[in-house]
Design a protein around this ligand. Structure first.
Ligand SMILES: [Zn+2]
Length: 189
């Protein structure tokens, strides 16, 4: 029995973020079904905590090693937390007009590039309680929704670049990762 009067729940634990070339980032996810309810309930607060801690504005389940079709987004409108939980999201409409903006990815740390995508998309999804919703976004929200849904199909933002640019980014990242490992090794002595 507890007589504690502090009512704030313990903050959810963060999860390690998978980075390229982890194969889980290239695997297709499977739709969340009724049998996944308890796993999804446990995963959502931890994904949100991981995204906020990174910090990032979106995080898809494969980035924390899960193969469920689930992502979280928070663009902090008006500087306030405003989490959007996307269960089984699908793009149902996209504009012909395109927009180009710089993107980065928590799974490709420190690398950024201009990505061109449809300027506006409509996404159908379920919330954490299974209720159906539709959202239409443009600007940063449109890019973020497409970036996260790409993750659920095993697609990364570098796949939208020329192979020359993609290889340059992945080689640069591998070099930085190698250097970091080396540095850690040196620090052991
Ligand atoms: Zn990403």
């Amino acid at each position: 029995m507890s007589t504690s009067t502090t009512s704030a729940p313990a903050p959810a634990e963060t999860l390690p973020i998978r980075t390229v070339p982890d194969p889980v980032l290239r695997a297709r996810t499977r739709p969340v079904g009724p049998d996944d309810a308890s796993e999804v309930r446990a995963l959502i607060p931890r994904m949100l905590a991981t995204m906020y801690a990174a910090p990032g504005i979106g995080l898809a389940a494969p980035q924390v090693g899960s193969k469920l079709r689930l992502a979280v987004v928070d663009l902090h409108p008006d500087d306030q937390p405003s989490p959007l939980v996307l269960v089984n999201p699908e793009i149902v409409a996209k504009s012909e007009e395109t927009a180009t903006r710089e993107e980065g990815c928590l799974s490709i740390p420190g690398q950024y590039a201009d990505v061109t995508r449809p300027a506006q998309v409509t996404v159908r999804y379920q919330d954490a309680e299974g209720k159906r919703h539709e959202i239409t976004g443009e600007g940063l929200l449109a890019a973020c929704l497409q970036h996260e849904i790409d993750h659920l199909d095993g697609v990364l933002f570098v796949d939208h670049l020329s192979s020359l640019k993609r290889n340059m980014i992945l080689r640069r990242l591998a070099k930085e990762q190698r250097e970091r490992r080396q540095k850690r090794g040196d620090d052991d002595f």
